[in-house]
Write a protein that binds this ligand. Structure first.
Ligand code: GLC
Length: 627
């Protein structure tokens, strides 16, 4: 199987967010499984500076896009069984920053056009082109365009991975011909038009042979207005080709047994090193040397969808518990100011680091006890997996990949690998934080076993790579693995041998749009109980080998009283938070089975989707890729 992976960033070459981690790990994992893999990305100035001496010049050509005729160089580098191709055009890619330029549309229009143009010069003609996010969204569209004239483009199958649907590549329709070289028919029939804008992601969703989100739950959430940033009807229309594939993490890089960046290595069997890491973290961040006080950590971009409003609301209640807090991240001014102020209120108990600091983040993963991630939405999330690997038990909201990786603790039967709450409610969050602290303080043995289960999770890329290969196999018709006796099956620690001929993955089922995903706190109904996990709200794509399996929690082990008195400086927990879901998307308990999962059998047509409502806002909303 020959796969070309198209991305705008990849570790170790260039990174702004989680996409780079995925693009750096998945292609080598696919190669491990026996696929032929090449990755193609822009040759940014930072890549040239750091990797220039290892780059091999292959050739150059010219890319025609609208009236432009631009130079494009092709460089390559072999690493981890993968050929990494870099497309060179200094005018577009020598900019310092990766994104956020006024001409991002033109830059990534050029990039996508150049990928298709340079196919002739690569080491193979791909059977699958796997594109990521809006920056590569024009690739499947150009392939359809060129396929009209040349058969060989029609032979290529395409996959689009959505890492975060918030970023769609939206432009004024005015630019369709001039910037992207596309005929107005693409807008007229609605394929690339949405809410009056050219929407590159929508075009790619309709034109790709398969679309996947980075976790099964996120794939289902994308059919709901609360999560889909207006794309819900398109996602539902395409549900017959929509998959959810959970990301992995680099299990070798993030290994507390061998990690040279942490104070002392440790393992699930011998946790003494973690105690030293904790003492070191307290020393580094100015927290009191208290070995028996749990450290709650937040390593996050400080932006709204990370659920920080919940923390702002109940921070004082949290600090009344015997905890220390460490916060690391940068982001919106209002959160930076809040945490800066909060740190001053709790000297020696709260450390706030408004910074992007990889080294400190590793010290936090290794030294903290609990990892808080109450995201409003989270396509996958990698940090909860890294935290678990280092025995830092996650506390998460049940959304997206958080829901797929963290199973709530049921101490009565020693199950689960973290703590979770369903409703976007500060009261519910506080309840599980209390539960976690209570377990840590009063039942250290139970907590230690919980920690071990968190550390035992298998978040390796091999599992995800096999799922992607089955998707490629489904859309190309190429048998995979090729033959039972030659198939290479990963037998990583804790992972069962995968059956070489597992069934092809089934696209995720359509979730009813009426079913609200979250519940906000309301004045009448104080948020006391965490939602039970008995009935998932929607059916997700089959993950044949879930990292950790636990039975549903029927009753949280501890029940605490609702927050009765509002904290002095923060909004009361009973009040609906300012940033929560709008009224029509509120109430109803979450994790409720869809009564009638409206299973739309609609076929997604190649150039269908006359949904481009021409009404709404005009003007360009240039969404910039922020992570
Ligand atoms: C985006 C998402 C994040 C995900 C990452 C990699 O950054 O916001 O949840 O883990 O992409 O897919």
């Amino acid at each position: 199987m020959k796969i070309l992976y198209v991305t705008s960033e990849a570790v170790p070459f260039c990174k702004t967010g989680g996409l780079a981690d995925v693009a750096g790990s998945l292609p080598p994992a696919l190669a491990e499984q026996g696929a032929e893999v090449a990755v193609i990305l822009p040759l940014y100035d930072r890549v040239r500076v750091q990797f220039g001496d290892r780059l091999k010049f292959e050739c150059y050509d010219y890319v025609d896009l609208a009236w432009r005729h631009s130079y494009c160089g092709l460089f390559s580098l072999e690493q981890d069984g993968v050929t990494w191709y870099f497309l060179d055009n200094e005018q577009y890619f020598n900019r310092g920053a990766l994104y956020g330029q006024a001409d991002d549309g033109e830059r990534f229009g050029f990039f996508s056009r150049a990928v298709v143009r340079m196919l002739d010069h690569l080491k193979f003609w791909p059977e699958v082109i796997h594109c990521n996010d809006w920056q590569a969204a024009l690739v499947p569209i150009y392939l359809k365009d060129d396929g009209v004239r040349e058969d060989r483009y029609r032979s290529i199958r395409t996959v689009l991975t959505i890492h975060n649907i918030e970023y769609q590549g939206r432009y004024n329709p005015f630019v369709l011909g001039d910037l992207f070289g596309l005929d107005h028919g693409w807008a007229d029939d609605g394929t690339i038009l949405m809410d009056g804008d050219v929407n590159l992601l929508k075009g790619a969703i309709l034109c790709s042979d398969a679309v996947n989100a980075v976790s099964p739950t996120y794939a289902n959430e994308l059919k709901m207005p609360f999560f889909a940033h207006r794309m819900e009807s398109i996602m539902r229309q395409c549900s017959n080709k929509l998959y959810g594939v959970l990301n992995g993490i680099d299990m070798k890089l993030y290994d507390p047994r061998t990690d040279g960046h942490i104070k002392k290595t440790f393992s699930a069997e011998d946790m003494t090193g973690k105690d030293e890491c904790k003492a070191e973290l307290q020393r580094m961040t100015g927290l009191r040397q208290e070995p028996h006080t749990p450290i709650v950590a937040i390593v996050s971009r400080l932006v709204s969808h990370k659920g920080l409003d919940l923390i702002c609301e109940v921070l004082h209640d949290m600090m009344e518990l015997p905890i220390q807090m460490v916060v690391l991240g940068t982001g919106d001014q209002r959160y930076e100011e809040f945490f800066h102020w909060a740190a001053q209120q709790y000297p020696g108990r709260m450390s706030v680091n408004l910074d992007y600091n990889e080294a400190l983040s590793m010290s936090i993963y290794a030294g903290a006890d609990l990892f808080l991630m109450p995201s409003k939405s989270e396509p996958c999330g990698l940090s909860q997996m890294i935290a678990m690997r280092y025995g830092t038990v996650p506390i998460v909201r049940e959304t997206g990949g958080l829901r797929d990786t963290v199973q709530p603790c049921e101490s009565w039967r020693d199950a689960g690998n973290g703590f979770s709450f369903a409703n976007y409610s500060s009261g519910d969050m506080l309840h599980v934080i209390r539960e976690a602290v209570y377990l840590y303080k009063d039942y250290p043995d139970v907590f230690a076993r919980l920690r071990q289960r968190a550390m035992a999770g298998d978040f390796s890329w091999a599992r995800s790579a096999r799922e992607y290969l089955r998707i490629y196999s489904t859309i190309t018709g190429i048998e995979w693995p090729v033959r039972k006796d030659t198939a290479r099956v990963d037998t990583a620690r804790g992972e069962e041998e995968a059956h070489p001929f597992e069934e092809a993955p089934v696209p995720v089922e359509t979730a009813p749009a009426e079913e609200p995903p979250v519940k906000t706190a309301s004045a009448e109904e104080p948020p006391v109980k965490t939602a039970s996990a008995e009935e998932p709200p929607v059916k997700t794509a089959p993950v044949e080998e879930p990292p950790v399996k636990t039975a549903p929690a029927e009753e949280p082990p501890v029940k605490t009283a609702p927050v009765e008195e509002p904290p002095v400086e923060a909004a009361p927990a009973e009040e609906t938070p300012a940033e929560t879901a709008p009224a029509e998307e509120t109430p109803k308990k979450t994790r409720k089975t869809a009564k009638s999962a409206e299973k739309s059998g609609e076929k997604a047509s190649k150039k269908a989707g006359k949904t481009g409502a021409k009404s709404a806002k005009k003007g360009t909303a240039k969404k910039k890729k922020a992570e």
